[in-house]
Design a protein around this ligand. Structure first.
Ligand code: BGC
Length: 370
């Protein structure tokens, strides 16, 4: 990705490559949910950089996790005359009015990372969200060698994401589907009994909310020294809170297997320190590359299907999927889905540093490059 940007910049500098005629004067409105959750800062800057390097004007807004503000921000992008909207919704069900307005103005919409439940969405770009969950679940199965557990039992608690985010259910279901057979067999025991998505969900993916819920669980079910073996957390912002709760309030002395997602800086530090066990990394730089190429194809009036992938110079995997996601009942949303990877203390260098996503200090801690 970096190489591509450098080549574009170098060619433009020597005047070999003019701004593509189709990009001239075209404006892209980019609406991200919040800067308080780390990844969206990376998404926002990669997207803006990518579109600007390709010659587009790009307007980037963050809406502080406030639904009304996001509606307002998107309305402003529409009045500013954007030719395309790239939106990651705070609440996928709450953008109906503004999506109607985008449709009336003839502005194509790409749902970025999180699906919007409205048929004005032309395409969806994301990672395979169900797979994110299955990777977390399978990591637990493999690490505890549950298939050969014999009579051994392990205690587990679940922490899921924001119910307003369409992704959250996919992550949870992916993990739960892998782990359910072991729960049914009694190898995994959910001591709190909390296995229902709405019960384990975390509004706004908030770290403090996840922390407080885990403190309550520890006080209610583990205060007598009952051992907690696994804290299955859907992402890093929730894993951070759960890890803090375990550090401060857990009576046991074993180290708890904690999952996450994103590769947030504090969580990678926890992985280096042995406090979090894994995270599922999603290369958002590549998600931005797909979004740019898709937006260009839409604006040029090109056919958009798997030929976009075949014609691309992408050096990463991406699937064209017309079945998995619907914007309304029966209305499938054509999707470009990238592939997530498992990151542990053992592959930080190859998975994150070598591809250029993070730098590593001498002490082993990582810092995102964007
Ligand atoms: C994203 C995750 C992220 C979560 C909270 C989800 O929609 O797919 O990567 O952890 O939002 O920001």
């Amino acid at each position: 990705m970096k190489k591509r940007l450098l080549v574009v910049a170098a060619l433009m500098a020597v005047g070999v490559m003019a701004v593509p005629a189709s990009a001239e004067g075209e404006k892209i409105g980019i609406a991200m949910p919040t800067q308080s959750l780390e990844r969206w800062n990376r998404d926002g800057s990669y997207l803006k950089e990518q579109f600007e390097a390709a010659g587009y004007e790009a307007e980037l807004v963050y809406s502080d996790n406030e639904v009304d503000q996001q509606v307002n921000d998107i309305q402003n992008l529409i009045s500013d005359g954007v030719n395309m909207l790239v939106i990651s919704a705070i609440d996928g069900e709450a953008l109906n009015t503004v999506m109607d307005e985008a449709a009336e103005a003839g502005i194509p919409v790409i749902a970025y990372d999180r699906l919007i439940m409205h048929d004005a969405v032309s395409y969806y770009v994301s990672f395979d969200n169900y797979t994110v969950g299955t990777l977390q679940g399978q990591f637990v199965v493999d690490t505890l060698d549950l298939d050969n557990a014999g009579d051994a039992t392990y205690n587990i608690e679940f922490t899921a994401g924001d119910p307003a985010d369409n992704n959250a259910g996919y992550f949870f279901n992916g993990a739960f589907d892998v782990l359910k057979p072991y729960i049914d067999a009694g190898t995994l025991v959910v001591v709190s009994g909390q296995t229902d998505f709405d019960t384990v969900a975390t509004a706004q993916w908030d770290t403090q909310t996840a922390l407080e819920r885990m403190q309550n669980i520890l006080a209610s079910y583990y205060a007598d020294g009952t051992q907690l073996d696994v804290a299955l957390c859907s992402n890093d912002s929730t894993a951070l809170g759960v890890t803090q709760a375990i550090e401060s309030d857990y009576a046991g002395s074993n180290s708890v297997l904690i999952t996450g997602q994103d590769g947030d800086e504090a969580n990678l530090a926890n992985i280096v320190d042995g406090k979090q066990t894994m995270t599922v990394y999603k290369a958002v730089a590549n998600e931005a590359v797909v979004t740019l190429d898709l937006a260009e194809a839409i604006l040029n009036g090109d056919t958009v299907d798997e030929s976009l992938i075949e014609a691309s110079a992408w050096d990463f995997d991406c699937a064209y999927d017309t079945e998995s996601y619907e914007t309304s009942e029966g209305n499938k949303c054509p999707s470009f889905l990238l592939v997530p990877t498992v990151v542990t203390a053992n592959n930080l260098q190859e998975a994150l540093v070598d591809p250029g996503y993070y730098t590593m200090d001498d002490d082993g801690y990582l810092h995102p490059t964007a």
